[in-house]
Design a protein around this ligand. Structure first.
Ligand code: P53
Length: 476
């Protein structure tokens, strides 16, 4: 039976701010992640005005990958990783974000990190902006509500493309750029775009404006990257949570279409280079007056991505309601529980078939190579007295998802580049700032309060994933 490509990119994924620590080392500036405190399930992380004394900022030290990366990459190599997805912390390269010259110590750190990967034939897969933009750009410029951010981002992108052009081939521009479709909460607008809303401000057009500037910046980066090295593969990165209709009532079906429009138009622009008609009509209906120039529209056409990177953790469901005849989607109100699936301790619905559905959705629409750059199970792990962690539930989550992924490739013919499960080593949760929401194959001895030896150890899933990679997914 045919299976995955011989050069399938098995690996793992992380983001700089969630594991590096060393938040002030090597000239690094303060990022948006550095001003977010620890929360918990149902308790949002607080976004403080700068770094305040007496608060717990879990990203400051994280799991100290900044100093321990050699040992950690050795463990990834032991699992057989073909690739390793991480991000370049923008604030290590441009500490404030608007400098003209980069910070050499930051550039050197990533040279060393990529060399260490390449030593084991592990391909780096690099995200440019993963919830860690310079905080200075928030306070001085208002984040991505400001067009000037395009220049700052493109300078950053060109700097790292040029520096690492012979070390890194796979890139992504903005992590989960579509999270901010949920502009009703404070988290995604801040982490995606450095947006802090003013009291009483109409949030929605601000979100669309920021996203537009990011899409222009992404297109300019793609264009520049291809000029720097024509072999570069530069993708977008979409948070894929497909929104199902709760029932086959046609009104529920249309509500799901509307929800998908609101969450996934970002992919259309990245891939096709133009705005979908439904969104332009929506802007007109809402009376949004956005700064989208003719030149921007030309740029979008020139900077289409090479592949679609996406995360997949869960699916959503929605239904039509009588008080919403225009099918407007509000992520804080429009979602309902899916009675057919279970959920994690953090309420994330577990739906392996949804991964096959998502792969088909993207491939049917765009026919571009796909790359699953995040998937995984955030859970509370129990360390036994002998030091082992028997995370059978994590193996079952991944195995069930990999089986559906395989059907999408073998039966449906989807072109899939690779699979990098999230948090291959335990790290700080983005959504809650907790350590106890663990994803790793490698356990890290650190708790929510920041106590622990930081010692690394192999969980049961480590050996399972090692076998899975070794057999190229033959024995799923
Ligand atoms: P945590 C929401 C929905 C889907 C993915 O998330 C999300 C989020 C934001 O929390 O984020 C991605 O750590 C993100 C990673 C993040 C991972 O999913 O909240 O790209 O940075 O850690 C898992 O459990």
């Amino acid at each position: 039976m045919p299976g995955f490509k011989a050069d399938f990119l098995w690996g793992g994924a992380v983001a700089a701010h969630q594991l590096e620590g060393g938040w002030q080392e090597g000239g690094k500036g303060v990022s948006v992640a550095d001003v977010m405190t620890a929360g918990a399930h149902g308790i949002p992380r607080e976004i403080t005005d700068g770094v305040l004394p007496g608060k717990n900022y879990p990203n400051h030290d994280a799991i100290d990958f900044y100093h321990r990366y050699k040992d950690d990459i050795k463990l990834f190599a032991e699992m057989g990783f073909k690739c390793f997805r991480t991000s370049i912390a923008w604030t290590r390269i441009f500490p404030k974000g608007d400098e003209l010259e980069p910070n050499e110590a930051g550039l050197q750190f990533y040279d060393d990190l990529f060399d260490e990967c390449l030593k084991y034939n592990i391909e780096p897969v690099i995200t440019l902006s993963h919830f860690e933009m310079p905080y200075y750009l928030v306070t001085e410029y208002g984040g991505w509500r400001n067009r000037k951010l395009i220049d700052f981002f493109v300078r950053f992108a060109k700097t790292v493309f040029t520096r690492y052009k012979s070390k890194v081939k796979y890139w992504m521009t903005f992590n989960e750029i579509n999270n901010q479709a949920n502009y009703h909460e404070d988290f995604a607008p801040f982490t995606n775009s450095g947006l802090k809303y003013k009291e009483g401000e109409d949030r929605e057009p601000v979100m669309y404006q920021a996203a537009h500037y990011e899409l222009v910046a992404s297109a300019l980066a793609v264009e520049a990257g291809h000029a720097i090295n024509p072999d570069f593969q530069i993708g977008c990165m979409i948070a894929m949570c497909p929104v199902y209709p709760l029932t086959c009532n046609p009104d529920d079906m249309m509500m799901s279409v509307s929800a998908m429009h609101r969450r996934y138009w970002f992919t259309d622009v990245h891939v096709r280079g133009y705005y979908p008609r439904h969104l332009l009509n929506y802007f007109a209906r809402k009376g949004f007056n956005l700064d989208i120039t003719d030149e921007d529209l030309q740029i979008l056409k020139r900077g289409c991505v090479d592949y679609i990177g996406f995360s997949y953790y869960m699916s959503f469901a929605t239904k039509a309601t009588a008080d919403n005849p225009q099918l407007d989607y509000d992520e804080t109100k429009s979602l309902v529980k899916n009675p057919y699936v279970k959920a994690s301790d953090w309420g994330w619905q577990i739906d392996p078939v949804g991964l096959r559905y998502s792969l088909n959705y993207f491939y049917d629409l765009y026919q571009l190579p796909l790359f699953i750059v995040e998937n995984g199970f955030g859970a509370i792990d129990q360390k036994e007295s002998d030091g082992s962690v028997n995370d059978q539930y994590r193996i079952e989550y991944m195995q069930s998802h990999l089986r559906e992924m395989k059907k999408a490739v073998v039966e449906d013919g989807v072109d899939l580049m690779g699979y990098t499960p999230w948090g291959c080593i335990d790290l700080v949760s983005a959504g809650t700032g907790e350590m106890k929401k663990r994803y790793g194959f490698i356990y890290v001895d650190k708790d929510n309060e920041g106590n622990g030896t930081l010692e690394r150890s192999r969980k049961k899933s480590f050996w399972w994933y090692q076998q899975t990679i070794k057999s190229n997914g033959e024995n799923l």
